[in-house]
Write a protein that binds this ligand. Structure first.
Ligand SMILES: Cc1cc2nc3c(=O)[nH]c(=O)nc-3n(C[C@H](O)[C@H](O)[C@H](O)COP(=O)(O)OP(=O)(O)OC[C@H]3O[C@@H](n4cnc5c(N)ncnc54)[C@H](O)[C@@H]3O)c2cc1C
Length: 455
């Protein structure tokens, strides 16, 4: 155990949010220490190695227009982006039939297309009435928070095909079953992130670009600049706070500071003991936060062979595993990578077996892209339900939480401030939300000075 020392601000969690907060505080002349439980920085961003410097992203990977704070941070850190590959025809596969199409919108049947449009129109009209900073004050907040997005879809979709489209889009972008998220939460997210087209699209949307070298480079670059101020392998177990300062106890260091920023999802913050107790609103929010269960599955080929056939690599289907597929090849296309998202964990227990999952994914890819897809040179998976310090993918609030616990996600408790993408009002759940939350928490903690009185 190292000697007890002091700093202006302690940041707990070396994900994008915590490291951004630390950078802004250091830039403002504050001393800061970042304490991370794991043996690496980046949190929900990480690279998976394929071979010889070729990587793919196991966690968050895309950035897009409107995500101004993360785009500006990328510039500041000298990191470059490249466009997600979209050239060529995409595949829509439903009920045993594949259709190739150009552009963004899969060729749904005319009735389903009209249904999709009316659902989108209604959702966006409802979202416009939800104040992004205080969704619980919307006129219909109580009734929208009493139901789930999935139940709303069940009641308002008139075609199975349009409902399927929304379910696939929702599950991929939210890592959750639509029946577990409050409708009000979903409306607030739509309001804060540019609407449905923006959420679903590659071009002009949230999936437009990737970071050269992987998004984990953001955290790595931030940590490089912070140097020794980042302590790894040191899970924080307790925060003690009073009017004079905070004391943070972790596996490798105990530190005093004027303020602390907890930069992680509320579900993960629940593991840290706080004395005196947090307000019940905050405790209940943390306990009820549901983390998303989502895995990323990658099939790697010696080249993106589908491009030679005029295909973009993008597919939307009703197949068991590959419901949404995208070309995730590196910028030089030195290898070809097809990516799909699996989850939330569903009732199909056969997919619990890794070998069965791999084989079901490759079967689906073969249906979509032909026999060459059956024999990848490598297969990789990243499952976010087995991380020791991260309880899952981006999650959300169940019905009732937003109207009951309102802003307990980000309201400071004494000298404790909250960051993490889940506390953002704009682009919540995205990397951009993580940056915004870190910058907001740093701003709150700016009045900090080194504590002179012990806790
Ligand atoms: C599969 C997947 C796909 C995604 N796709 C995208 C995408 O394409 N685009 C996009 O914008 N976003 C995407 N996201 C979301 C994005 O990755 C997150 O919004 C962002 O990385 C969250 O950063 P954060 O700093 O808020 O939290 P985290 O990255 O979770 O950081 C929290 C840190 O706190 C640490 N910690 C936890 N407990 C303790 C403790 N007791 N003591 C010390 N440290 C602790 C954790 O180890 C972690 O490092 C995706 C996420 C996943 C998982």
């Amino acid at each position: 155990m190292s000697e007890l020392s002091t700093t202006d601000v302690i940041v707990i969690g070396a994900g994008v949010s915590g490291l951004t907060a630390a950078r802004r505080l250091a830039q403002a002349g504050r001393s800061v220490v970042v304490i991370e439980a794991g043996d690496r920085v980046g949190g929900r961003t990480m690279n998976l190695d394929i071979a010889d410097g070729v990587i793919t992203e196991g966690g968050g990977q895309w950035v897009g227009p409107g995500q101004d704070r993360v785009l500006s941070l990328l510039d500041e850190l000298g990191l470059e982006t490249f466009k997600t590959h979209v050239d060529g025809k995409s595949i829509y596969h439903r009920r045993g039939r594949s259709t190739r199409y150009d552009g963004l919108i899969p060729p749904l049947k005319p009735l389903a297309l009209a249904d999709f449009a009316q659902l989108q129109l209604r959702l966006e009209r409802m979202a416009r009435t939800v104040p992004v900073d205080a969704p619980w004050t919307a006129r219909r907040a109580r009734s929208w928070d009493a139901t789930t997005f999935g139940h709303w879809l069940d009641a308002n979709a008139t075609t199975a095909e349009a409902k399927e489209m929304f379910t696939i889009g929702f599950s991929v972008t939210n890592a959750e079953d639509p029946h577990s998220t409050s409708l009000l939460v979903q409306l607030a997210r739509l309001r804060g992130s540019g609407g449905i087209d923006h959420a679903l699209n590659i071009t002009d949307g949230a999936q437009e670009s990737r970071v050269v070298g992987g998004t984990v480079r953001i955290a790595e670059r931030l940590a490089e600049d912070l140097g020794d101020a980042v302590v790894l392998d040191s899970p924080v177990v307790e925060i003690a706070h009073d009017a004079d300062g905070v004391l943070v106890r972790s596996a490798r260091v105990d530190l005093r500071a004027d303020r602390v920023i907890v930069a992680m999802s509320p579900a993960d913050a629940a593991r840290i003991r706080v004395t005196p107790d947090l307000p019940p609103r905050r405790v209940m929010l943390q306990r009820s936060w549901s983390s998303g269960a989502e895995s990323k599955l990658f099939a790697v080929y010696d080249r993106p062979f589908w491009r030679e056939e005029g295909l973009s690599g993008q597919a939307v289907s009703d197949l068991p595993v590959a419901k949404y597929v995208v070309d995730n090849s590196p910028p030089d296309a030195g290898v070809g990578i097809l990516l799909t998202f699996l989850g939330p964990a569903g009732p199909d227990a056969s997919l619990d077996d890794p070998a069965a999952r791999r084989s079901a994914f490759l079967d689906d890819l073969t249906v979509l892209f032909g026999a060459q897809a059956a024999n990848p040179t490598a297969y990789l998976e990243k499952d976010w339900t087995h991380e020791p310090w991260i309880s899952g993918c981006v999650g959300s609030r169940p019905p009732g939480s937003l109207t009951r616990y309102t802003d307990a996600d980000r309201r400071p408790v004494g000298r404790i401030h909250w960051a993490g993408t889940e506390t953002a009002t704009i682009n919540q759940g995205y990397l951009d939300g993580a940056v915004r939350a870190g910058e907001r928490a740093a701003q709150e903690a700016l009045p900090s000075r080194r504590p002179t009185v012990s806790v």
